[in-house]
Design a protein around this ligand. Structure first.
Ligand code: DC
Length: 227
């Protein structure tokens, strides 16, 4: 029997640019599965934090993840992350986990562990996958590649509003969020392994002054354009 080729849409960009909001809207509109790869790095971050691993020590982190079994479940259409069988989804969106995920995602074995999981889902389903290296490394043959950008201050304000709405601000000020975001962006863009960057064939969209619906419409027309 001939293999069925599934459609894949890669959405990359820095933190707070609106990737997950837009990917969720697209997945609802098109019926594709939304895969949030940042949540996978965050899940490994929870694992190494729970083990009190020294984050700056690559070897220690790589050893610490050897017994981490990461799985993705969809419950009511929402992605849940399982860590050794336990649902850790509610623990992923703190600033501590954000910073740890950015640090450990520099390490080659961390990336390698998740690459397999990411590709195996995209082989079985039509997917919208978001992250930092989807168009460049994870799915270099994606049917549509989008790279989202927005001014740093606007991204920080979005993250601030999100954390506030979720009751997870933990006393942080907007300046703190902006500073942490700049540190993460710098690390994510300058690491050796699969840095954040736009694929040569990606469509660049600046979301600074666009609503999520406007961005969704732009991307939908790119997807429909593939025929
Ligand atoms: O998208 P996010 O903020 O949930 O991602 C958390 C961290 O994970 C981010 O700082 C960098 C890392 N990441 C990555 O290196 N590659 C991806 N494809 C997705 C996330």
């Amino acid at each position: 029997m001939k293999d069925i080729k599934h459609i894949s849409v890669a959405i990359d960009g820095p933190s707070g640019v609106g990737k997950s909001t837009i990917a969720k809207l697209l997945s609802q509109e098109l019926g594709f599965v939304y895969i949030d790869t940042g949540a996978m790095f965050r899940t490994l971050a929870v694992h190494v934090l729970d083990k009190n691993t020294r984050l700056s020590d690559c070897e220690q982190v790589e050893r610490a993840i050897e017994d981490a079994d990461i799985a993705v479940r969809y419950i009511g259409g929402t992605q849940h992350m399982l860590l050794n069988g336990e649902d850790v989804t509610d623990r992923l969106r703190t600033e501590r986990v954000s910073a740890a995920a950015s640090v450990i995602s520099q390490y080659p074995k961390v990336r390698q562990t998740l690459l397999h999981l990411q590709r195996s889902i995209a082989e079985k389903e039509d997917v919208i996958m978001d992250g930092r290296d989807i168009g460049t490394v994870v799915l270099p043959d994606a049917d549509v590649k989008i790279f989202l950008t927005a001014a740093p201050e606007i991204r920080a304000q979005r993250r601030f509003d999100q954390l506030k709405a979720a009751g997870k601000l933990e006393g942080a000020l907007l300046e703190d969020i902006l500073r942490d975001q700049q540190e993460r962006d710098h690390r994510d863009s300058n690491r050796e392994a699969a840095p954040l960057r736009a694929a040569e064939d990606a469509v660049l969209i600046d979301t600074s002054f666009l609503s999520a619906d406007e961005v969704k419409t732009l991307i939908c027309s790119e997807i429909r354009g593939i025929g």
